[in-house]
Each structure stands twice: as C-alpha cells, then as structure tokens.
Design a protein around this ligand. Structure first.
Ligand code: ATP
Length: 770
C-alpha cells in the first residue's frame, strides 16, 4: 500500500562508472532535501536498486551522510543494470518508487545513465497506466504520482558530456594522472628515456589532452583529433627537435580510444616501437588503468558536486510537469541548468562525427574551450611553426613580471606566454624579482634582472610551484622614475603582470603614472595569481585551486588523527588576507561545521552558538564518525578571537565532553606543484593575454594605447565567461570594483556559497542567537 505523502520524497542514486565526487553529490542531495522539508532516499547499486527495491532503497537521515565528502568511489554503490534497459525492468522500478512514495530522482552518472533516466521519465505516465491495468497498483495509489521529476548530475571521469565544462570526477582523475606522469618524468629524465602513457578516454580525449598540457608531454593522441597522415614522422620530428634542444626525457600521452584518420587504432605499443626503432630511444609503456578512478576527490570535485547537488534539489522543487528534464552543468564558474536530452544528443553527435570521420565537426561539437586548449597545447609543443610567425614589423618585446606572494601556476603561465611569444616571433623578457629587481638595475649591470627567455630554460616550469623568475611584493611607486627608465632602456612594448592584489595595484600605479612617463603607454595586462583569490575582475586566480587542495588534504589528515582518540574539534586557520574565499571553499569541500571570515567578523554570540551546536553535534554522533570536526577561521577574521582563543574557548565550554585543538598550516597552503587545473588554466589564460595584446594593440601608437581603457586590464573568469576588464575609466575596476582598504573585490561572487556551508553542516542561522 502506498503511504500518503506528507513530505516530498527525493531519491538519489549513482550509476555507471564511479567517479570521485559522487559521494559529495549524494551528501548534498540528502541534506538539501531535508533542509527543504523533503525526505531523502538513497537508491543503492544504481538502477539495480530501483528495479529490485527492498533494502536497496533506504531513507537517509542527516547523519547518514557524515564523512561522505572525503571518501572515494560511491558509498551507495553503482552498477550496470541490464533490467533497466528493458521496459519490464523500468515497470518494476516505477512500482517500487510509488510504493516508497518517491516521485523525484536525482541521478549522478554518465550519458548512458542520464539517457535511461530521461526515458524513464517520458515513459512514466504509460508505466503508471500499465501498473493500474495489470492490477499491480490501484488508481488511487498512483494518483499522487502522475509526474516523475528527474534531475541529472554528470558524474564521469572522462569529462565526455557536452554542455558542461567539467563533469564530477574529471579533475580528480586528472590529478591522479598528472601525479603519475610527474613521477614518470623524473625517472624518464634520469635515464633519458621515452615513455608512452595510456590514459582513459574511449571517445573523449579530455583527460589525455589536459594531462599533456599539465605535464608538458611531447605529443598527444586523442580520438577527436587524430594525427594527420604521416604522423609517425611528425611525432618523431617533434621529439627529435625537443631532444636536440636539450630535453632529457620524452613523453607521449595516448587516450585509450586513439586512432588515425581512417579510424585504425593507434596503440601505446605501436608508438613505443616507433620511438625505439626510429629514434633509438629506450622507451617504456605505462598504462595507468583503474588508478585513474580511485581515491579521494580533489577540492574542485568536492565543491562542484556539493553545489550541483544543492542545485539539483532546487531544480526538483522548481519543476513543473512541463519543465524539460534538466541536467546541472558548469560553464567556467557558473552552475547552470541545461536541457538534459539536448546535452546527451550533443554528446552522442561527437561520437557520431568521429565514426563518420568528420573530425572538424567532432572538435566543433566539443566545448569551445576544448579546441582552444588543443591549439594552445600545439603552440607549446612545437614552437617553430613557420606559418604562425608574424612579419618582422609586428613583433614586439613583451615583458613578464611576477608580483606578490608566490602562487601555483605562475611558472606554467610564464612558460605558456614565452612559448606563444617564441611561436609568433616576439621577444619574451623576464623581469626577475619583481619591481624591486627592476629598480635595482644599474647601468654597469645591464642584464642583471631583465633577461630574454629561452625555451629550454622555461620548458621544465610546466609543473613547478613557486616563482622561478622570483616574485616580490614591492610596487613600482617605490621608485617610479627608475621603473620608467628601465621600461625605456629595455624597450618593453607590453607587460604581463602575474600575481595577486599587488600585481593589480602595480598595474594601476603604472596606468596612472602614464601622465608623467610615456614608457608606461604600453598594454599592461594582469593575470591574477594568488591563493587568496581576491583580485577584482575575476572569480578565479591561479594558485587558488592548488591551495584548496593542499588545505583539504591538511584538514582530512588532521580530522583523521582524531578518530583514534577522543572527540575533537579542530580550529584551522586559513590564509586569504581579508578575503574569506579560501575558508569558504575549503569549508564546502571538507564539510566544515562553521567558517569564520573577515567579511562577517566573529562575535561572542557566534562562538557561543557554535559551541552549543558542537555539543548537539557530538551528542547526536553515535560513533558514526569519530573523526574530528572542523571549524575554519580565516587569518584576518578577527583580531580578538584568534584561532587559539577560539580553540581555548571551545575546550573550556566543552567541559570535558569533547576536546579542541588549533592548527595553522601557514605557508604550507601555497602548495608544492601546482594542481592540474591551475596548470591548464595558466596555459589558457596566459595565451589569451598574449593574443589580446596582439589583437588590440599592435599597430597602435603609445597615445592611442593609453587612450584605450583596455590597455590596462585584468583577465578574469566572470560567471560563464573569460573577459578582460579595464582598470581605469568610469566603470573600471579601480573606481567601481575594488575595496582598496580590505584589498578584495567589492562584490565577492562566492559570498552566497557561505550560506550553503552552513546549511549543509546544519549550523543554526546567526539570527537565531545574535
Ligand atoms: P560511464 O560514463 O561510466 O559509462 P554511463 O552512465 O554512461 O557511465 P552506462 O553503462 O552507459 O554508463 O549506463 C549505466 C546504466 O544506465 C546501464 O547499466 C542501464 O541500467 C542504464 N541505461 C543506460 N542506457 C540506457 C537506456 N538507453 N535506457 C535505459 N537505461 C539505460
């Protein structure tokens, strides 16, 4: 007998191949459903659970998903279910759902799973009718279930779904691949070996291409863009060229679905034999296999799955019978709802185009970004394309400087900018040790801190953390006159500033000093790179992803340390200056109990309320998770309530029921090697900056350049777009977008996510007690 529904019941399942981040999605769907007044049900083992019913459909309470965020794979299981491919299987599934009172499903899986889901929804009225006609259910029983709501979340390591920039799991998988390739690089260089590395991707080359970009592989094979006839010679020429320039190791990355333009499979062993026979290279094959699937989700997959899970529940509750089935996507930085079947159709058309050998179409049908990445990669792997060279009169001297604290991605960005310059015939010039380095210039030491970059020097920076050319917080205003003299002396035609708020400030100073110094009437472009992600004009800065990964690893480890001891809460201090971005995003990624940020400050009521909340939390936690709980406090959230003070207050008030400790990861947060996301975005954004300089300013006089507001600008991700925003002018960032006192953007895009951290931890609203 179907129970009358008091509350809506939302089912959540994971289906198809598992991917890191699926657990984050389940946690978010369960908790958001409960928060929105619904009941949440987990369907275990994918569609198998829906078809079999019974214990495989289980109500989930708030505590049931505790600890999910940091776990790999999918804790509610997944399966490939043949029965659901058949109508009788779907009929059984429909009956199980009605009997359990579930009328909405959130499914996290690949295109197969989501196709099945949409089919299920479109058949639903017919299934209901049949269940009544065959007497399995009565008309009254099915009456409340006339419509089924489905929402798709794309969980897949391949990133093979069209219409979204990333699928849940793809960046974790990329991390695993890059870490393996980085390791192979070291051994390859030691022995001067060649390596052919096979990665997953039967129909989609995203993992192979991004791994090649992130590790500086010499050659890549992907299904969408097979190599041209004579690829054997092309590949050997590129590798010989790299070797002749001093490279000690050669790496080729091949997607498992690689083939030539006649769709003839290209295998890792075939490539290895070529390198061995033709180039006499001692070459090995490494097939990464299932390691690519395993392990914990990286920070990006944790917050992506969390925000998408929340959005999925909202989409369920917004849906009407007429709403087309949505899939939750992300474009650049924006979570969106798209039409599921359109996305699936587009995805299928890529495979179709490949099957029809229409590779241009296959590349077109992938996201624009994919093609951009491919072209950018080609520029960095073979820097001497005669066709790409500009005529002499269009070549420029382009300076690159790092400003502020080091951040992951500074080196890869510099490498990419240099590669682009060399390809086009420009002269790339590195300014060492920031503006103070430049200002230390003496005529008797002309090339001390200003050096023309050579490819061999910058090529290994592809995966290096920190700043190889040296970075410094010093600003041009320390000695503006000397700065201008150096700009003139070295004949800079453009300047790329890579750094955080100081880089932004430096560009702003140079722009304003144009009135006194003509030398600054050149394009000044800021590429944001700072762990704090506090640069106006962008929602993402290089280095912030690396930092978040480091931070969540720190939190996971420290939380785990509590599992063998007593109940413990950790107050962890994050960097971020006066911006709470890091603390908030890390809070989303680790499931922090509370996050303290400078934008909100800290007061005694908040602490009292959170201590009370901790008491309840530990009381309800019947051993489900003896691991510690986390409070994240940004370093500048309060000058009175320091990290240690808060930890001490908690300890005092807990009266022995639980313990508290403080922990400060400090500079460890800046990370070692940059994350793959920071590396690939470094490439994309640096090349965009170079193209922007070429497209907008070559051929213009200094006066024309100075009059163009975009000649001093910041590249940034804003919502779903990559844009350049001017610093000056009435609407420019200096006047409208910058909080100069607190050194952060006026409108911080992530502030709305702060409430999600609180909702998902169950923290009471601040108005309840303040
Ligand atoms: P992955 O990206 O890992 O391959 P996927 O979701 O595409 O994930 P599939 O094996 O294609 O994986 O699908 C998973 C399950 O979804 C199938 O076992 C089946 O139960 C269901 N399914 C897939 N396609 C359909 C379909 N056309 N009709 C009904 N159910 C389907």
């Amino acid at each position: 007998m179907a129970t009358p529904i008091k509350k809506r019941r939302i089912g959540v399942m994971t289906s198809g191949g598992d991917s890191p981040g699926m657990n984050g999605a389940v946690r978010a769907v369960v908790r958001m459903s409960i928060y929105r007044g619904c009941e949440a049900y987990a369907i275990y083992e994918g569609y198998e659970g829906l078809v079999q019913g019974g214990d495989l459909i289980k109500e989930m309470k708030w505590e049931d998903v505790r600890g999910y965020l940091s776990r790999g794979g999918t804790l509610i299981g997944t399966a490939r279910c043949m029965a659901f491919m058949e109508r009788w299987g779907r009929l059984k599934a429909a009956k199980n759902m009605v009997e359990r009172g579930i009328d909405a499903l959130v499914i996290c899986g690949g295109d197969g799973s989501l196709t099945g889901a949409d089919k299920f929804r479109s058949e639903w009225p017919g299934l209901m009718k049949e269940l009544v006609e065959t007497g399995e259910l009565t008309a009254e029983e099915v009456e409340p279930y006339k419509h089924l709501n489905i929402v798709g979340l794309v969980g897949s390591i391949d990133n093979d779904m069209s219409g979204t920039d990333a699928t849940i799991g793809c960046y974790s998988s990329l991390e695993r691949i890059c870490s393996a390739v980085d390791d192979v690089f070291d051994t390859a260089a030691s022995h001067q070996r060649g390596f052919v590395i096979e990665v997953m991707g039967r129909h989609c080359g995203w993992l192979a291409l991004m791994a090649s970009i992130a590790t500086g592989a010499d050659f890549v094979f992907i299904p969408e863009k097979p190599p041209r006839v004579g690829w054997e010679t092309q590949m050997c020429d590129i590798i010989t060229n790299h070797r002749s320039r001093g490279k000690r190791r050669s790496i080729v990355i091949i997607a498992e679905g690689a083939h030539d333009i006649e769709l003839k499979k290209i295998t890792a062993n075939q490539v290895k034999d070529l390198l061995t026979d033709r180039l006499k290279l001692d070459t090995r094959v490494t097939v990464l296999g299932h390691t690519q699937r395993g392990g914990q989700a990286c920070s990006y997959d944790r917050w992506l799955s969390t925000l998408q899970g929340v959005e999925a529940v909202n989409a369920v509750l917004d849906a009407t019978p007429e709403t087309p089935t949505p899939v939750i996507t992300i474009r650049e930085n924006k979570i969106e709802r798209s039409n599921l079947m359109e996305a699936v159709a587009l995805t299928k058309s890529v495979s179709e185009a490949i099957k029809n050998k229409d590779f241009d179409k296959a590349m077109r049908l992938r996201d624009v970004e994919f093609k951009e990445y491919y072209n950018s990669y080609m520029i960095t792997t073979s820097t001497d394309h005669p066709k790409l060279r500009l005529p002499e009169e269009k070549r420029r001297r382009i300076a690159i400087i790092h400003v502020g604290a080091p951040a992951g991605g500074m080196n890869p960005a510099t490498r990419a900018a240099v590669a682009y310059c060399l390809t086009r015939g420009h002269t790339p010039i590195a300014i060492h040790n920031g503006f103070p380095g430049l200002q230390r210039h003496h005529d008797d030491k002309p090339l001390g801190s200003v050096r023309v970059c050579k490819w061999l020097d910058v090529d290994p920076w592809v995966n290096e953390g920190g700043s190889e050319i040296g970075t410094n917080r010093g600003l041009p205003s320390i000695d503006m006159k000397k700065t201008a003299e150096c700009f003139e002396l070295y004949k800079f035609d453009a300047l790329l500033l890579i750094g955080g708020f100081e880089a932004f400030t430096a560009a702003s100073e140079l722009r304003k000093a144009r009135a006194q110094y003509d030398a600054f009437k050149i394009p000044l472009v800021v590429l944001p790179a700072t762990v704090s992600n506090n640069v106006p004009g962008t929602e993402y800065s290089l280095g912030s992803d690396t930092c978040l990964n480091t931070l969540i690893n720190f939190c996971d480890a420290i939380r785990q340390s509590a599992s063998s001891s007593r109940r413990r809460v950790f107050v962890i201090e994050t960097q971020g200056g006066r911006s709470g971005y890091l603390a908030t995003m890390a809070g989303l990624s680790v499931g922090a109990l509370a996050v303290y940020i400078p934008e909100e400050g800290i007061n005694i009521h908040m602490i009292a309320r959170d201590i009370e909340f901790l008491r309840e939390n530990f009381a309800n936690d019947q051993g489900a998770s003896r691991a510690g709980k986390i409070i994240l406090r940004n370093e500048r959230a309060s000058s009175t309530y320091t990290t240690q003070v808060i930890a001490d207050m908690i300890k005092e008030e807990a009266r022995g029921r639980f313990e508290s400790r403080s922990a400060v990861p400090g500079h460890y947060q800046q990370g070692g090697k940059p994350s793959p996301m920071d590396r690939i975005r470094a490439l994309r954004m640096a090349i965009k900056c170079m193209q922007f300089i070429e497209d907008h300013f070559i051929g213009k006089s200094p006066t024309e350049i100075a009059e163009d507001e975009l000649s001093a600008s910041v590249i940034g991700i804003q919502g779903s777009e990559v844009v350049f925003t001017p610093l000056g002018g009435e609407e420019g960032l200096e006047a409208t977008g910058t909080d100069w006192v607190d050194r952060r953007p006026k409108n911080e895009f992530w502030m709305s996510m702060k409430s999600t951290v609180d909702i998902l931890s169950g923290r009471p609203k601040s108005t309840d007690c303040c």
